[in-house]
Design a protein around this ligand. Structure first.
Ligand code: ZN
Length: 295
């Protein structure tokens, strides 16, 4: 088992093939506890979060954000994960308790829980007026295949994507992680074939990560037989950006009547953050005071 949550980025000698390998077990376990997800929902949410973390590691500026939104009209409802370039992610799932029987022992029905009648959307917020949004139809709802399809049809980058979450009998996350291999124009086909063969030889990624005790060693197995160099690394964590002040600001944007209406008999209002399930209690009069301070 790999103890720390982290990702590694590597390139081949010609810098035509890039690889991102992530171990996100602790991050997905924290999401499971915060959202109280079922086994299949943990897997779906964990895959989306891990994909967002890997893509977030390509962002340039500190404040840039990447958001993956998946909505396949399945029992899970929509799933959203937002990550930044510092390895921080937060996530939301509409129906965390939704679950389905496994397809066979060890194979959670993620595609069925997510559904296939919908879209896979990626938006990059680079601090401009409008975020850049790309959207492709869902293929399988299994997330990895959908992300590979997104890279190919939306960004014209052939990619190998593998995402896995291993859920224990007690619903705890035993391992989680992801692998993205991308071929830039001019990449040698034989190198890609070697990596594909290596990745296939590892079996399901979540099991391989569970068996392995070092992310560097795992990367060595993925890239076995080719010359490569590690060009970056990042610790990963679950982190929400909500705060008392931020939510108070949102409440203060409601009208006076609306604020009065949502307060309970004690004049208080409780708000729960969708992304981390943190609860905040506000006094209605504090919110109204905040409102009158605004110009
Ligand atoms: Zn939050």
């Amino acid at each position: 088992m790999i103890k720390e949550d982290r990702l590694l980025k590597a390139v081949d000698r010609e810098k035509k093939i890039r690889m991102i390998l992530a171990s996100s077990t602790g991050v997905v376990e924290e999401a499971r506890q915060r959202h109280q997800t079922s086994a299949t929902a943990s897997a779906a949410l964990g895959r989306v979060m891990t994909a967002a973390l890997m893509m977030g590691s390509d962002l340039k500026a500190e404040a840039d954000l990447i958001t993956i939104k998946v909505d396949g009209k399945g029992p899970a409802g929509s799933i959203i994960a937002t990550a930044n370039s510092r390895g921080e992610v937060r996530a939301f799932i509409a129906h965390p308790q939704a679950d389905l029987p496994s397809l066979y022992p060890g194979k959670l029905a993620v595609g069925e829980l997510v559904g296939r009648d919908g879209f896979f959307e990626i938006s990059r917020d680079m601090g401009l007026k409008q975020p850049f949004v790309g959207r492709t139809p869902l293929l399988s709802g299994e997330i990895a295949e959908d992300l590979a399809n997104y890279f190919l049809s939306s960004e014209q980058i052939p990619s190998l994507v593998s995402l896995g979450v291993l859920v224990g009998p007690d619903l705890g996350i035993q391992s989680a992680g992801g692998l993205i291999v991308q071929a830039l124009p001019g990449a040698a086909d034989e190198l890609l074939e070697i990596i594909e063969r290596n990745a296939a030889g590892l079996g399901p990624l979540s099991h391989a990560l569970y068996e392995c005790d070092s992310l560097d060693r795992m990367l060595g197995m993925v890239a076995y037989g080719i010359e490569y160099e590690v060009v970056g690394g990042l610790p990963l964590k679950y982190r929400c950006n909500c705060s008392y002040e931020r939510l108070a600001g949102i409440l203060a944007s409601l009208s006076r009547d609306e604020i009065v209406e949502i307060c309970d008999e004690n004049g208080a209002v409780e708000v729960c953050c969708n992304f981390c399930n943190e609860r905040y209690v506000f006094q209605g009069e504090d919110i109204l005071a905040l409102k009158s301070e605004k110009p």
